[in-house]
Write a new protein. Structure first.
Ligand code: ATP
Ligand code: MG
Length: 233
């Protein structure tokens, strides 16, 4: 079953159209990778799903209902969370305060959830009281993901979580994403790093705001032409 569907999404900024009719099917409980070169429209697509940018045509369906243009805070309440590519933590706040910020839409007791997140990212536990701005790139990404997890989302939209990380940390971050998925979180993983295909079930490639390819992650990983054209191989 699809938890999230994009049907012919046209969207952009003012008069600049970036996505020219993109369609995606995100099945419940899966990791879907969305790959494409710089400027392909990947971030614009996540912003459009999350309601930061309104599509001028097409629909975003969540569990079959049209949610196109719903504002971000309502998306979070529905169970969709977004970890942006940049500016995804509050550098002057401590690690713990960052997680608390993630709970701002929750009216119930979220303290237990915070402890679960510290268990899930143990390296953050030792840095609870450090300011987030002092963290390494890898730990910042974990904190940003942790903050989104504070509301127990059903769907997590991740924008290039591996960018700028050393290879060992890239492996670690993809492993944690896979572990989250095992706990039942559906993930849309935007990446330029083709290694994302190892973590994903299915993948889409977009370029120039259009769908270029889709298939099982394995199919795309083994397809030489796709590797050469879109994945920098
Ligand atoms: N806020 C904005 N206002 C106007 N144009 C924008 C804005 N953000 C992005 N663009 C343009 O939209 C196009 C797609 O950008 P987008 O950020 O969605 O690409 P991307 O696939 O995420 O690239 P990257 O891999 O570099 O993050 C680019 O031409 C970009 O210059
Ligand atoms: Mg981007």
């Amino acid at each position: 079953m699809s938890i999230l569907q994009l049907e012919n999404i046209v969207s952009g900024y003012g008069s600049m159209e970036v996505l020219h009719g993109v369609s995606l099917n995100i099945e419940d409980g899966k990791i879907i990778a969305l790959l494409g070169p710089n400027g392909a429209g990947k971030t614009t697509l996540l912003r459009t799903i999350f309601g930061v940018v309104k599509p001028t045509q097409g629909q975003v369906l969540f569990k079959g209902s049209d949610i196109s243009g719903t504002p971000p805070e309502k998306m979070t309440k529905k169970g969709i969370c977004y970890v942006p590519q940049e500016g995804n933590i509050f550098p002057t706040l401590t690690v713990q305060e960052n997680l608390e910020m993630g709970a701002f839409t929750r009216e119930d007791d979220w303290r237990l959830r915070m402890e679960e997140i510290f268990e899930f990212f143990p390296s953050l536990t030792d840095r609870r009281k450090s300011s987030a701005g002092e963290l390494s790139g890898g730990m910042r990404q974990m904190l940003a993901i942790g903050r989104a997890l504070m509301v127990n989302p059903e769907v997590l939209l991740l924008d290039e979580p591996s960018t700028g990380l050393a290879p060992v940390l890239v492996d670690h971050i993809f492993e944690r994403i896979a572990a989250l998925n095992k706990q039942g979180v559906t993930v849309l993983l935007v990446e330029q790093n083709a290694q994302a295909l190892s973590a994903a079930d299915k993948a889409y490639i977009i370029e120039g705001g259009e769908n270029k390819a889709e298939g099982s992650a394995e199919e795309l990983r083994n397809n030489e032409e796709i590797g050469r054209l879109y994945l920098g191989r």
